[in-house]
Write a protein that binds this ligand. Structure first.
Ligand code: SAH
Length: 255
């Protein structure tokens, strides 16, 4: 697929950005590398804002096209892969990889549907809940004593790697590990969230999960399903099992 089209399918998602200047810098970083699909989740600063426009310089079109969402699921709706950007290793969530490998994976999967890179707030980064909505994670290698890049700079590093990979002569469609005679398209973020909500209900109804004391059960399940990269048919099978269980336990949907 043509590199320009692949790059246009990659969403840059900024969660709760505090400084309008950083939003502008992110838009500029994107446009210089051929990306344009900017999403903001609950910005903590006024937006639109003259400082954002000043920092975007020639990328005001990217800024003006930014889509605003209340929550991360809104920004990830329809996407088939979400990659979290974090300067720190977290207890929960997928183990972080390198930007270069992530860029190749994002481009390979962008051929099948929209994919997203998810960045955190300037002072607190991404929440655990946000990280657990992503199927993989990336840390930019840095000086271990000073590992936090400016938000716009982090966006620039990833967009650069994406461009380098997209225009590399050796860009081959990566071998698709899902190509089996019975594979189906990858599940979208909203389909995966539907499975988690359904699982939570059944685990609560059957007494397996005590919502007052959930422990790490839900994050661990998120990590498991994140690693599995569920396909649509697989979600339908799992939800079918859950519905059958609910019918037996009397919690099924009443006709
Ligand atoms: N103090 C925050 C860092 C915020 S920097 C923290 O400790 O998490 C704002 C965002 O830029 C981060 O949430 C992350 O998405 C991105 N970022 C900054 N430095 C990074 C790095 N070394 N690797 C990956 N992402 C980074």
């Amino acid at each position: 697929m043509n590199p320009e089209l692949l790059l246009s399918r990659i969403r840059i998602v900024l969660c709760r950005p505090s400084h309008p200047g950083n939003i502008g810098a992110a838009a500029r970083a994107m446009k210089t590398m051929g990306l344009s699909d900017l999403h903001l989740v609950a910005p903590k600063c006024a937006f639109p804002d003259p400082e954002a426009e000043a920092r975007a310089t020639g990328a005001v079109d990217v800024l003006k096209g930014a889509k605003i969402h209340d929550t991360l699921p809104g920004a990830l709706a329809g996407s088939i892969l979400a990659v979290a950007l974090s300067a720190r290793r977290r207890d929960l969530g997928p183990p972080p990889g390198f930007p270069r490998e992530a860029a190749w994976q994002l481009l390979a999967e962008a051929a099948h549907g929209p994919v997203a890179l998810v960045f955190g707030n300037e002072s607190v980064g991404l929440s655990n809940d946000e990280i657990l909505q992503c199927q993989s994670a990336v840390s930019i290698p840095t000086n271990p004593d000073f590992s936090s890049l400016n938000l716009g700079a982090a966006v620039q590093v990833l967009c650069y790697e994406l461009r380098l990979a997209a225009y590399s002569d050796t860009l081959q469609p990566l071998a698709d590990p899902r190509v089996t005679p019975f594979s189906s398209p990858l599940a979208t973020h909203d389909e995966i969230e539907g499975l988690h909500a359904h699982l939570k209900s059944v685990m609560t109804e059957t007494g397996f999960l005590n919502p007052e004391q959930p422990g790490r059960l839900l994050p661990k399940l998120r990590r498991l399903f994140g690693r599995a990269r569920l396909e649509r048919d697989e979600i339908n099978i799992l939800r079918g099992i859950l519905s059958a269980t609910q019918n037996r336990t009397g919690h099924g949907r009443k006709a």
